[in-house]
Design a protein around this ligand. Sequence first.
Ligand code: HEM
Length: 177
Amino acid sequence: MTELLRHPRVMNKLQKEVRGIVGSKTGVLTEDDLVEMHYLKAVIKETLRLHPPLPLLVPRLSTQDVEINGYNIKAKTQVIINAWHIGRDPKVYDKPEDFEPERFLNSDINYKGTDFQLIPFGAGRRMCPGIQFAMAINEIALASVVHNVEDLDMTESTGLTVHLKNPLKAVAIPYSS
Ligand code: HEM
């Protein structure tokens, strides 16, 4: 939600997709509603790329001496994988610091543990077993929220000076550098 609020263009595009598919249906969304929500899935992928909730995954212990990319790793070495940094690798992602869900729209990159450039759920035999459940919940929750969130009301009053008809509700926080 933070990235969506920071990027109104993405929020508007996502709301358009969700509202276009859900229409005026009320009540709880189901997994069937999500099938055609490609942009929603790209938004969640992009969020997990930039903000993996477990940025260093779960540490591993090497079972034998091994050489990887010229590095000799001794048996019983604790290995920590920086998924956060992998998701921001400029060799893989164009403008990696930007929140651009479109990068995943025509891409086969997935988070299921086979594409090592996107591993918010880890990879291998100890990767997250809750992946399906987590993604179903994430998708339904996000779709439900953006479907129902009101757009900013830009209705203006009439009069000598122009102001908003309904007051803007926003909290200004003092800037500190
Ligand atoms: C967005 C939500 C979630 C994320 C990003 C996430 C991420 C992860 C990651 C990175 C790991 C370590 C994988 C590795 O080191 O290769 C992990 C392990 C695990 N996750 Fe999740 N997880 C999520 C939700 C869930 C849910 C909903 C459940 C259960 C219903 C779950 C259950 C587990 C379990 C049991 C492990 C340990 C697996 C093992 O060590 O064999 N996770 N998760």
